[in-house]
Ligand binder design. Structure first.
Ligand code: PLP
Length: 376
C-alpha cells in the first residue's frame, strides 16, 4: 500500500470488493463443512491489502490466519488481530523472540527447528509440518513422530497442530494428492495424534478433495477467498468472484498508419490504419510486462488487446479500425485491467503463462487499494 495521502487521486486504483470476499468465504465454509477457516493472508493478503482484507474477514468470523513469516504475523497483531496466527514458514532462531512477543504459532518442518522449539524459554505453540511429498518444508513421518516426542519433553513448547501441504490439489489428476493425504493420516493414526488439531486443505483441496477437510480442525484457503482460480478445473468447480478490480483511465487516443509501430522495441505494427489508446498502468504498478502483445483490457464493457510492450507507467491497446466499435473511446474513459467487467486474473495470467496469484501479489506500493462494500 502506498502510505502517501498527499497529491491528487491516482489514475490507477485497486478496488477491493468486500461483498465478493464474503461470498467467497461463504463458499469456503460450505466446502469446509465445519472445519475452522485459517485464512491465508500472506504477501499482503495476496496483494489485496491486509489492512482491508483482515478486518473484513475477522468481522465475517474467520477463526484464524496464516502468514508466511513472523514479520507478517507481527503486522497482523499490529492490525489488532486476536485470533490464532500460524506462520507457515520455517521457524528460525532470530525470529523466536517475535513468536513470543506477538503470540504467533510456529511451524516446525525440520529436525533443526524441532530442537529450536524444544529449547524455547517461554511458551510457544507449535504445529508440526509433515512432508508427504511436496519436499519443501516438513518432517518425513518417521522424523515427525520423533519430533512430536521431543516437543512433548520441552518445558515451554506445546503441540498445537499437525499439518501437511499438497502439491497437486488444483489439478484434474488427484492421485498424488490422495496419496499425500493417506501418508498424513497413516502418520497421524500411527503416532496416536488423532486428538491433535490437523489441517491439510488449501483452496484446491477444499474444492476437490472432501477427505482434505472432512473432520479436520482447520482448512487453509487463500486463492478461493480472493476469487483467484489457479487452473481451469478449479474455475469450473467453484463460483468464486474476483475481489480485486484493477481500474485505470485512458489518457490518450491516437490514430496510427499502416506500417507504424507502437512502444519500445517496435514489437507491434499496424497492418491497417488503427486507433491506439494509451492507458495509465505499467509494470511499475505491477502489471506484468509479460502481458505485452498478449493481455487484454476492457473499456466500456468491450475487450481490446494490448499492443506492443507494456512500459513502466503506461501501456497501449489496439482499439481497432477508425470506423470500428472502439471509435467512441475517449481520454478519461475507465479501463478495467482485471476483475469485474474486465478480463479475469485467470484469463489475463493464462495469456502470459503466469499464475493468477502473480497478478495480485505483484501490485506495487504505487497502487492504492480501496475497499468497496455493497451490503444487501
Ligand atoms: C498459501 C498457502 C495456502 C493457501 O493456498 P491456496 O492455494 O491459495 O488456497 C495454504 N497453506 C499453505 C502452507 C500456504 O503456504
Amino acid at each position: 500500500m502506498s502510505k502517501s495521502t498527499a497529491g491528487p487521486p491516482p489514475l490507477l486504483r485497486a478496488e477491493i470488493d468486500l461483498k465478493a470476499l464474503r461470498h467467497n468465504l461463504d463458499q469456503a465454509r460450505r466446502f469446509a463443512d465445519g472445519a475452522r477457516i485459517m485464512a491465508a493472508v500472506k504477501a499482503n493478503a495476496y496483494g489485496h491489502g491486509v489492512n482491508i482484507i483482515v478486518p473484513a474477514l475477522r468481522e465475517a468470523g474467520v477463526e484464524g490466519f496464516g502468514v508466511a513469516s513472523a514479520r507478517e504475523g507481527a503486522e497482523l497483531r499490529e492490525l489488532g488481530v486476536k485470533e490464532p496466527i500460524l506462520v507457515f514458514g520455517e521457524l528460525v532462531r532470530e525470529h523466536l523472540p517475535a513468536y513470543h512477543e506477538f503470540e504467533l504459532d510456529a511451524t516446525v518442518g525440520s529436525p533443526e527447528s524441532v530442537e529450536l522449539a524444544h529449547s524455547a524459554t517461554a511458551q510457544l505453540r507449535v504445529h508440526v509440518k509433515v512432508d508427504t511429498g511436496m519436499h519443501r518444508l516438513g518432517l518425513v513421518p518417521e522424523d515427525a513422530a520423533r519430533g512430536v516426542d521431543r516437543l512433548r519433553e520441552s518445558p515451554h513448547a506445546s503441540l498445537a497442530g499437525i499439518w501437511t501441504h499438497l502439491a497437486t490439489s488444483d489439478e484434474p489428476d488427484l492421485r498424488f494428492a490422495r496419496r499425500q493425504i493417506e501418508i498424513f493420516d497413516a502418520f497421524r493414526t500411527g503416532a496416536g495424534l488423532t486428538e491433535i488439531d490437523d489441517h491439510v486443505a488449501n483452496s484446491g483441496a477444499l474444492i476437490q478433495l472432501r477427505e482434505a477437510s472432512d473432520g479436520r480442525a482447520w482448512v487453509r484457503p487463500g486463492g478461493l477467498l480472493y476469487g483467484l482460480p489457479t487452473t481451469e478445473i478449479i474455475a469450473a468447480k467453484s463460483s468464486m468472484k474476483p475481489v480485486l478490480r484493477l481500474v485505470s483511465r485512458v489518457v490518450r487516443v491516437q490514430q496510427v498508419a499502416a506500417g507504424d509501430s507502437v512502444s519500445y522495441g517496435r514489437s507491434w505494427r499496424a497492418e491497417v490504419p488503427t486507433v491506439i489508446a494509451t492507458i495509465a498502468a505499467g509494470y511499475g504498478d505491477g502489471f506484468p510486462r509479460a502481458l505485452s502483445n498478449r493481455g487484454h483490457v476492457a473499456i466500456g464493457g468491450r475487450q481490446y488487446p494490448i499492443a506492443g510492450r507494456v512500459c513502466m507507467d503506461m501501456l497501449m491497446v489496439n482499439l481497432g479500425r477508425p470506423d470500428g466499435p472502439g471509435r467512441s473511446v475517449r481520454p478519461g474513459d475507465e479501463v478495467v485491467l482485471t476483475g469485474h467487467d474486465g478480463p479475469s486474473a485467470f484469463e489475463q495470467a493464462r495469456a502470459a503463462n503466469l499464475l493468477s496469484y502473480e497478478l495480485s501479489t505483484g501490485l506495487t506500493e504505487r497502487v492504492q487499494r480501496y475497499a468497496i462494500d455493497v451490503r444487501d
